[in-house]
Design a protein around this ligand. Structure first.
Ligand SMILES: Nc1nc2c(ncn2[C@@H]2O[C@H](COP(=O)(O)OP(=O)(O)OP(=O)(O)O)[C@@H](O)[C@H]2O)c(=O)[nH]1
Ligand SMILES: [Mg+2]
Length: 456
């Protein structure tokens, strides 16, 4: 990977803002910036902001008054020379300044390239670099907390004792390979076995946090479904806490799917209200029904809304047919009405499908509904957990570590030769190392950094 050239990118989001920060990293950062401030001899004190006039290097026209901050290698985020220009946050101005910097031979940074350079220069490890991406993308407080912990190096700290324990098995096995003529004595073998099973259990426990960790990071897609007028939009509004969707007493009010993000116990939930499911002569309504079907296909969970104040009808059964192959729960709405009846499902799967009585009008039953939404996905109270595995890559590597260790444990049990036992142990060590990036190959790195945004 070329790390010699000097890269530039907007570090703040595109759009109008109070300030916009342009960041340069590389050995020529300062030299390139000098052209914009038209002072060839400018030597800023590191880590200090200086107010400077930025001008067009050719015409001399003043473009902005900006704060220039210089971070001298190796004491910077990337480990290289960095110049940050805090300009006024006009998208037109910022684009023009970046164009000028590019014409002065800086190169536009690729996604995550600043962080990649930080990694290459040993300023952070791979799981910390991933934590920066996750922190920026975090949707809830709980996700921010997890990313910050990982950024602080907690994941690497958690894995280090495991690697040490693994080396405690590898090293004596290697030396017995060299020096011991006979088979390993039983007592030694059982010591190794005990250590291996401690390791396997520990990794199991860490990996099992992924169910909750994934939920916190990626969230859930939940779709409300039901025949017209059962109160889907009313349920949607109450879960949101604002009157977002239009509610009327006329069936067929919602024509198009409507999505909003909510937060349930720290987990981001993307909630979609849909058009009531019925076949109608109305073209727009039928298009809406098509969208409903698409939302259903794309959801982790469907909430089938029924009107508990009325008997079930054919349209309700039509809804059950639509969701038969999905993960769903049933919310029986309008529990505040006199005519409300708890439902008896004739479906054979009734024991496994949660049924919750609610009233979108009074809010009754909504706490149970929220719990029921997370139930199948969260193993523990979401916001108060310890460090969680949030990344599918990490989870996969932990699983692979486990199976490598298990195969070594089996071979040890069969008294197979030390060489064979060692293969799985070295694999396990490599997999653990890939989490923090000690043993990650170039192409995996580029895949990971492709998921970053530009300017990070
Ligand atoms: N009493 C009572 N009325 C409710 C409740 N929830 C919804 N309603 C009423 O039921 C009617 C339909 O509500 P909506 O939320 O528009 O129903 P919907 O399922 O979104 O309807 P469509 O968009 O037409 O499919 C409105 O008159 C609501 O005020 C409830 O819990 N109790
Ligand atoms: Mg509606």
């Amino acid at each position: 990977m070329p790390v010699k050239d000097t890269i530039v990118a907007l570090a703040t989001p595109p759009g109008r803002s109070g300030i916009g920060v342009i960041r340069l990293s590389g050995s020529r950062s300062l030299e390139i910036s000098r052209h914009l401030i038209q002072d060839e001899n400018f030597v800023p004190a590191p880590n200090r902001a200086t107010l400077k006039k930025l001008s067009d290097p050719i015409t001399g026209e003043i473009l902005d008054y900006a704060l220039l901050t210089y971070f001298k290698s190796p004491h910077s985020f990337t480990g290289e020379d960095i110049v940050e220009l805090s300009c006024h946050g006009s998208p037109v101005l910022l684009r023009h300044l970046i164009d000028l910097l590019l014409s002065l031979d800086a190169r536009l940074a690729g996604p995550g390239e600043f962080t990649l350079r930080a990694l290459a220069n040993g300023r952070l490890n791979l799981s910390q670099a991933e934590a920066i991406r996750d922190l920026i993308n975090a949707q809830t407080q709980a996700a921010v907390k997890q990313a910050t912990r990982q950024l602080g190096g907690e994941l690497s700290a958690l894995l280090q004792p495991l690697k040490d324990l693994l080396l405690d098995i590898i090293v004596p096995l290697e030396s017995s390979l060299e020096f011991v003529e006979d088979d390993l004595p039983d007592i030694v073998v059982s010591q190794f076995q005990a250590k291996l099973s401690t390791l396997i259990n520990h990794i199991e426990q860490i990996a099992s946090t992924f169910t909750t960790g994934r939920l916190i990071r990626d969230g859930l897609k939940v779709t409300l479904m039901g025949r017209p007028n059962v109160g889907k939009s009313s349920v949607f509004n109450r879960l949101l806490g604002v009157d977002r969707a239009i509610v009327t007493s006329a069936p067929g009010t919602t024509r198009d799917s409507l999505s909003e993000a909510i937060n349930i116990q720290g987990a981001p939930v993307f909630l979609t209200d849909t058009a009531g499911l019925r076949i109608s002569a109305d073209l727009i309504e039928n298009l809406g029904v098509e969208r409903t079907r698409r939302a259903v296909a794309d959801s982790d969970l469907i909430i089938v809304v029924l009107d508990g104040s009325e008997p079930r009808n054919l349209q309700d059964y039509e809804v059950f047919n639509e969701v038969a192959h999905n993960n769903y729960l049933i919310a029986v709405n309008k529990s505040d009405l006199e005519t409300f009846k708890e439902i008896e499902l004739e479906q054979k799967s009734k024991e496994t499908i949660p049924i919750i009585n609610i009233s979108a009008k009074t809010g009754e039953g909504f706490d149970s509904l929220r719990d029921a939404i997370l139930e199948p996905f969260a193993t523990s109270e979401v916001s108060n957990s310890g460090l969680l595995i949030t990344d599918a890559r990490h989870f996969d590597l932990l699983r692979r570590t486990q199976s490598a260790l298990r195969s070594s444990a089996d071979l040890l049990e069969e008294r197979a030769s030390e060489e064979l036992v060692l293969i799985g142990l070295y694999d396990a060590l490599r997999f653990l190392g890939e989490i923090t990036g000690e043993t990650t190959t170039e192409d995996i790195l580029s895949q990971i950094f492709a998921t970053f945004c530009i300017g990070k």
